[in-house]
Ligand binder design. Structure first.
Ligand code: COI
Length: 356
């Protein structure tokens, strides 16, 4: 159990009013959580302090070699005013998988969850009330040794910040267009594609810009070796409904093991859908689109929730999916998942965790 010191701000900011547009990740709450790591001492000095700038040496290792990891989860406002988290233990586990890959010291999983709950509780008035809005939670660890040699740092900061947010995509739940990237790759097996670390997202920017410039919301990655098999999209995993089955790329080491991905697969199986986690080639996808077997395409992610995909572009081919409408299964999954998250539906899985 962490002994968290709490220092409240003397200058609270104005909490956005109901109905005020939030966007995604622009607004930050009054407080943040910080804990230090020092080799030989372990994690120490857990504290909640006023949100503000941090001081780092310009030689801090994270600034040069990117030794860092991050997580993403949300706090949801229930109708009765309660505040919920969704499977935070899964974020804690994934954080440690990322830590292991990046030679960052592990964080006890119960400490991760306690830190999230403590901070959310301090800033619970910031959890927005409007439908579809939530408090996005961003835990991250950075390496802080002032040292230019390439080696694991001996000191770190674990920080959590909070951002009241609306839909990740400006279009909300309207189907998005996805650009299948055939030049750049994001990750290869043996690399760090399964870890949630800034470098993976830095590697994604050039394709993201290309996709945007061509009028698409995000890039979809193909495997790093043959550029043939579907991997994931910029900020979400991807799923296809092909001839009634729900098919998604298997976790092969270069794909992020999404918590929403896992939850959606659970729901589909419980509803009697056959699910397949396997390699899917872009050729198979295009063939399925040509024959009409490709019924629905959607992305899954904490920020993106369940996002319908209405258009896929690969080289000279543009595939329209569902005539610009949200697929029936996509909508049903969105309703069920958000129903559980916001406390409007029963939670037979024990995924919802109340913050008190
Ligand atoms: C999340 O869904 O929480 C993510 O981390 C995606 C993020 C890069 C916006």
């Amino acid at each position: 159990m962490l002994d968290v010191k709490i220092e409240k701000t003397k200058n609270p900011k104005k909490i956005p009013a109901k109905g005020e547009p939030l966007g995604f990740g622009h607004i930050f709450t009054d407080h943040m959580f910080i804990m230090n790591y020092t080799e030989g001492k372990g994690w120490h000095d857990p504290r909640v302090v006023p949100f503000g700038d941090i001081t780092l040496s310009p030689a801090a290792m994270v600034l040069h070699y990117g030794q860092e990891m991050f997580e993403g989860l949300k706090a949801y406002r229930g109708d009765n005013g309660e505040v919920y988290l969704f499977r935070p233990d899964m974020n804690a586990k994934r954080a440690n998988n990322s830590n292991d890959r990046l030679c960052i010291p592990r964080l006890p999983e119960e400490d991760f969850v306690q830190a999230v709950k403590t901070l959310v509780n301090v800033d619970r008035d910031w959890v927005p009330y409007e439908e579809g809005t939530s408090l996005y939670i961003r835990p991250f660890i950075i390496s802080t040794d002032p040292h230019l040699g390439v080696a694991p740092s001996k000191t770190y900061l674990f920080i959590i910040i909070l951002s009241p947010s609306g839909a990740y995509y400006e279009s909300g739940l309207a189907p998005v267009g996805i650009w299948i990237e055939d030049e750049y790759v994001r990750a290869v097996r043996g690399g760090m594609g399964y870890a949630k670390t800034g470098g993976n997202y830095a590697a994604s920017l050039a394709a993201q810009v290309k996709a945007h410039d061509s009028g698409y919301s995000q890039a979809l990655w193909l495997d790093g070796v043959e550029r043939k098999y579907i991997e994931e999209v910029g900020s979400m995993n991807i799923m296809f409904k092909i001839s009634g089955k729900v098919v998604t790329p298997m976790l092969n080491g270069s794909i992020l093991p999404g918590i929403t991905r896992d939850s959606i697969l659970h729901l589909c199986r419980d509803w009697g859908y056959e699910t397949e986690e396997r390699r899917i080639s872009v050729d198979e996808l295009i063939e399925a689109a040509r024959t009409g077997a490709l019924e629905e395409v959607f992305g899954t992610g904490t920020a993106a929730v369940v996002s319908p995909v209405g258009k896929l572009r690969y080289k000279d081919e543009v595939i329209d999916i569902g005539g610009g409408k949200i697929g029936e299964l996509t909508q049903k999954l969105y309703d069920e998942l958000t129903g559980i998250q916001w406390g409007k539906k029963a939670d037979p899985y024990g995924w919802r965790v109340t913050v008190q």
